[in-house]
Design a protein around this ligand. Structure first.
Ligand code: GLU
Length: 356
């Protein structure tokens, strides 16, 4: 089989990959990764970097230890972000490549217009041969409104720009599943994110990063819907970025679904935070999935969560399997009154609904 080639590549560099065992910014590794990314740019590929490490490196500079309060984290991020950018700028400069800082927040993704603005900005930068260096705007984003982890940020960015590959660099060499005896083994390829895969993700593992394998799986789900291949590989081993970008297999490859969602539906499915869940009966499920209909109150069995009208909600079948997502026309309060009623109009219009 011919090797896959990728054209638009997002590389996410986790905090563990950018930090020495002493908790300092690992400039040697940053330079090595930048050099590999530069080679891809020289091959005319479009490369975006999503970087972590602002809080870690700012805290180190300020002598804060591990910052706990929100203002301390924000201050550390503000200091660390410019330290990081200085190193990226110097590292890419060696290959004559210009970098750009782009700081995103959850509301820049959730608002459709700002989302499209961000997309236009990134496309223009890529068209100019610039490497965008992206992070969450931690200095102004408080926990409640944060994307919160850079695995998700990287996947949302990859989906936004229509990338064909996301590479997650981390401190392990891939994703581990367990065999029948319970012994972990490195999974080289995962075609579908089953419950077994979810169980294997366990709990956040690394000390420095935010999410461990759980957020990497969330990233894989976003990429899966967007038709993007996702690799988890070691952030320490030289040569791997180039290798996977040219179609070699290392670490773990998550394959996307065969049918990719188009732009607005991708944004709908993952751009906003899910605020509630609606369980529907088999009749409504058929109407939604087979006949492409809107969601009516008559097919709703139950509602969980508190939300306002316009919120993103998940739609589950009777086995609690999520089958669709959509923007709801009414609040959870209003919906409670409508459940099961006939002769009431749609609560999620078809155009605002995406079948997963
Ligand atoms: N945005 C955070 C930082 O730069 C990192 C979040 C993460 O590690 O996922 O420190």
């Amino acid at each position: 089989m011919a090797k896959k080639t990728y054209e638009i590549i997002v590389i996410k560099i986790g905090s563990s990959t950018l930090t020495t065992p002493q908790g300092k910014l690992d400039i040697t590794n940053l330079e090595r990764i930048a050099a590999e990314a530069s080679e891809l740019v020289k091959q005319k590929k479009r490369v975006l970097i999503v970087t972590s490490g602002s809080i870690v490196s700012g805290a180190e500079k300020l002598g804060l230890g591990k910052p706990k309060s929100i203002p301390e984290k924000q201050a550390a991020a503000a200091v660390g972000q410019s330290l990081l950018m200085r190193q990226y700028e110097k590292a890419f400069e060696k290959s004559g490549i210009t970098v750009a800082q782009v700081l995103l927040t959850r509301d820049a993704i959730a608002d459709r217009e700002r989302y499209l603005n961000a997309k236009n900005c990134l496309s223009t930068l890529l068209g100019e041969g610039v490497v965008p260096i992206i992070n969450e705007n931690d200095a102004v984003a408080i926990d409640e409104i944060k994307i919160g982890d850079n695995d998700t940020l990287a996947a949302l960015t990859a989906s936004l720009i229509g990338a064909d590959l996301l590479i997650l660099l981390t401190d392990v060499d891939g994703f581990y599943l367990k065999n029948e005896e319970g012994v972990p083994y490195l999974a080289s390829e995962i075609g579908e994110i089953t419950n077994e895969v979810r169980d294997a993700a366990g709990h956040p593992s690394t000390q420095l990063g935010t999410g461990g394998m759980i957020t990497k799986l969330q990233a894989a789900e976003i990429c899966s819907d967007a038709g993007i291949d996702l690799f988890i590989i070691s952030g320490r081993q030289a040569g791997l970025i180039k290798a996977v970008a040219s179609g070699e297999k290392h670490g773990t490859l998550f394959l996307p679904k065969t049918t990719k969602l188009e732009g607005r539906k991708r944004w709908l499915a993952h751009g906003l935070k899910k605020e509630g869940t609606i369980m529907i009966d088999p009749g409504a499920e058929t109407a939604l999935i087979k006949h492409g209909k809107s969601l009516l109150p008559v097919g709703i069995k139950s509602v969980t969560g508190k939300f306002k009208s316009g919120a993103l909600v998940g739609i589950v079948d009777e086995n609690d399997k999520e089958i669709a997502r959509g923007l709801i026309n009414v609040s959870s309060h209003e919906l409670a009154e409508l459940i099961g009623k006939k002769e009431v109009g749609e609560v999620i219009h078809r155009d605002n609904l995406v079948v997963l």
